[in-house]
Design a protein around this ligand. Structure first.
Ligand SMILES: Nc1ncnc2c1ncn2[C@@H]1O[C@H](COP(=O)(O)OP(=O)(O)OP(=O)(O)O)[C@@H](O)[C@H]1O
Length: 257
């Protein structure tokens, strides 16, 4: 296991139980800058971990620090204001609204208060409206969904919905983004586009923690990988080391490698 010396996200002793089920059992995890992969078998606790860290679930025990601040048990909006946001395995756009409306809402929604406050400070409301619109357009262009800006979000393909979700999250100007299977159900061309954008964003200073089941994608995309198993961190390190770790092969990769 390799140590991260200057973590952005530092989780200690995290626990989450559902009745008699221990989803997270005393987990310690440190995540630094760049792109980190989070892998593990079904039921390992990856999504529960995301939920506990970003405030959707309250942990039963433990401490979550982000950018040196204690965010344990804070609500999702407060966590987002600190610069930590997540996407969902199943995107959460508003299907009856257009893509543009979904994007323009993003900075004002639960996770966008930081940006909205910045925009509202000392500016005319009308100017803010224009800025919100411009930002939404820029983001749609960046993620190549600008051609569907006027379409209802509910009519988008699965892959386009993933891009919309990523755009909405980015519009909150986070520092770290937790991605919950952003490539699931996405065709290979779009998959490559999403990965390219993630790399672009990394070079702009964003950091990612990235749940992904495809080990080849993890190997190519991530500088570091954390492996979860039964609510704990089994190991972490560079992708090649993790892939050849006997415990990881036994617990997760099996005959895939
Ligand atoms: N709301 C809940 N109520 C009861 N049990 C839950 C709940 N959420 C998760 N669990 C249980 O907690 C454990 C961890 O689930 P979790 O979804 O976090 O795993 P995961 O690693 O994200 O799995 P997958 O890769 O299949 O998405 C599982 O045993 C799951 O059944």
């Amino acid at each position: 296991m390799t140590e991260i010396h200057n973590p952005i996200l530092d989780v200690q002793g995290l626990e989450k139980h559902f009745g008699g089920i221990t989803a997270i059992g005393g987990l310690d995890m440190r995540v630094g800058e760049g792109i980190t992969g989070l892998i593990g078998p079904n039921g390992a606790g990856k999504t529960t971990f995301f939920n506990c860290v970003t405030g959707a679930l309250t942990p039963d025990a433990g401490r979550v620090e982000f950018a040196d601040g204690d965010i344990t048990g804070k609500r999702p909006s407060a966590v987002a204001q600190e610069g930590l946001v997540r996407t969902f395995q199943i995107p959460r756009e508003l299907p009856e609204m257009t893509v543009r409306e979904n994007l323009q809402l993003a900075p004002r929604g639960q996770s966008g208060e930081r940006l909205t406050q910045a925009w509202l400070r000392g500016d005319e409301f009308a100017t803010d409206e224009v800025r919100v619109r411009e930002k939404a357009t820029e983001m749609a262009e960046f993620l190549e969904i600008d051609h569907v800006l006027d379409a209802k979000a509910g009519t988008l393909s699965g892959g386009q919905r993933k891009l919309l979700e990523l755009a909405r999250v980015l519009l909150t100007e986070p520092d770290m983004i937790l991605l919950d299977e952003p490539l699931a159900g996405v065709n290979p061309t779009l998959e490559q586009k999403i990965l390219d954008r993630i790399h672009d964003l990394e070079s702009q200073g964003y950091s990612f923690l990235f749940i992904e089941h495809d080990i080849d994608v993890i190997m190519e995309t991530c500088e570091r990988v954390v492996v979860m198993h039964q609510g704990q961190v089994l190991t972490s390190g560079e992708p090649a080391d993790v892939k050849s770790d006997d415990r990881v092969i036994e617990a997760y990769l099996g005959e895939e490698v």
